[in-house]
Write a protein that binds this ligand. Structure first.
Ligand code: PEP
Ligand code: MN
Length: 369
């Protein structure tokens, strides 16, 4: 069972900045010239709503560039003056919040390395008490939805109503394709639990490399994310941080133009009746699926009774290997992915075992009584 948290987010606040809202800018502010040039070139693409830059950089390993610090804040002010666009920076402690507010930053974000730490998030929340500035919370490094929600809740509690989440993937030892594996089910579940919360996707930190950015951005749009945050740099290969994943403002602009943005509501689409029909069909099949699974579990319980009477163990490895191999093969032949069918058949098998365990435990109970 999942608990529904009270959603006190101001509905639609982020959509005022555009839909999808587009955030771009360098990973790190390096020099005034670099920040201003990136911002003006982004502005010229016509495909950016908010400019980002990292001022204080939380780095995984020491001896990497740790950000220019406070001297970068007037550069962001200048970006605002020149482009007229709102600006956003990362804050990781109370002092950062104070400085960000002093220099008129429009939106704050909390980074993945901070969301994992409730002490740090609470310190930020305390510094924000009574200030209604928008705050975006990146997911924690590890795939822990409660920790992500906990960060958002700490901000809600001090009165922040313009809240949003950023999905930047999850770190995973041995991952080969992504820098941070997306694990889309987490942001999807977050949206289900907090329906008014806008969620932005950060393909740059998910991918860690340029060639995957377009695909992940399109996927985020197809999953109805509210926006994108993508890093861009005037000379990406020379960037002081995250060089491999940054792209020039012009490449960014082209990539955004290529995205297909689909409607999130069916509305009066001409083929609506066809969709209604297909959805009815799928509901019918899902009903059948539940009926079939229920019948399967009834039989599993009958087998459990038999095993109990004959003193046989629940799990018989040969039998399980046989079912698994047979159905994975059949599933693959029918075009299902091996990963899916293996997970499905394993889950079904686990449920059968748990049903049979209940039968065995009843025996134990019967003996005692
Ligand atoms: C960033 O946005 O530059 C950053 C440090 O990201 P994350 O917190 O997602 O690693
Ligand atoms: Mn970065």
């Amino acid at each position: 069972m999942t608990t529904q948290t009270q959603d006190v987010v101001q509905p639609g606040w982020l959509a005022l900045h555009g839909r999808p809202v587009l955030i771009s800018g360098p990973c790190s502010a390096e020099t005034e010239e670099q920040v201003l040039q990136t911002a003006t070139r982004l502005f010229r693409t016509g495909k950016v709503d908010i400019i980002r830059a990292g001022i204080w950089k939380p780095r995984t390993r020491p001896n990497s560039f740790e950000g220019v610090g406070t001297k970068g804040l007037p550069w962001m002010q200048k970006v605002k003056e020149v482009t007229g666009l709102p600006v956003t920076i990362e804050v990781a402690k109370g002092k950062h919040v104070e400085l960000a507010l002093e220099f008129g930053m429009d939106i704050l974000w909390i980074g993945a390395r901070t969301t994992v730490n409730p002490f740090a998030v609470q310190e930020i929340a305390d510094a924000l008490r009574g200030v209604d500035i928008p705050v975006l919370v990146k997911n924690p490094l590890n795939p822990d939805l409660s920790l992500w929600m906990g960060g958002l809740e700490r901000l809600e509690k001090v009165g922040i109503t313009k809240l949003g989440a950023i999905h930047r993937g999850f770190s995973n030892f041995g991952e080969k394709i992504y820098r941070n594996r997306p694990q889309w089910q987490l942001p999807i579940e977050l949206k289900r639990r907090m329906p008014e919360l806008p969620i932005i996707c950060d393909p740059s930190h998910i991918c860690g490399r340029r060639d995957l950015l377009a695909k992940v951005s399109q996927k985020a749009m197809d999953l109805n994310f509210d926006g994108l945050m993508i890093e861009s740099h005037i000379t990406p290969d020379e960037a002081w941080s995250d060089a491999k994943q940054q792209i020039t403002p012009e490449v960014y602009g082209e990539m955004i133009k290529e995205l297909v943005i689909r409607e999130d509501k069916i509305g009066d689409a001409p083929n609506k009746s066809k969709l209604d029909y297909l959805r009815k069909e799928i509901n019918f099949i899902d009903d059948e699926l539940i009926n079939i699974l229920t019948s399967r579990m009834k039989i599993a319980r009958d087998i459990g009774e038999f095993k109990k009477e004959n003193n046989i163990t629940i799990l018989q490895n040969d039998r399980w290997n046989e079912i698994r191999d047979k159905y994975v093969k059949r599933g693959v032949e029918h075009g299902l992915s091996e990963r899916f069918i293996l997970k499905f058949i394993t889950d079904v098998h686990e449920e059968s075992i748990s049903q049979q365990e209940q039968i065995m435990q009843n025996e134990h109970y019967n003996i005692k009584s």
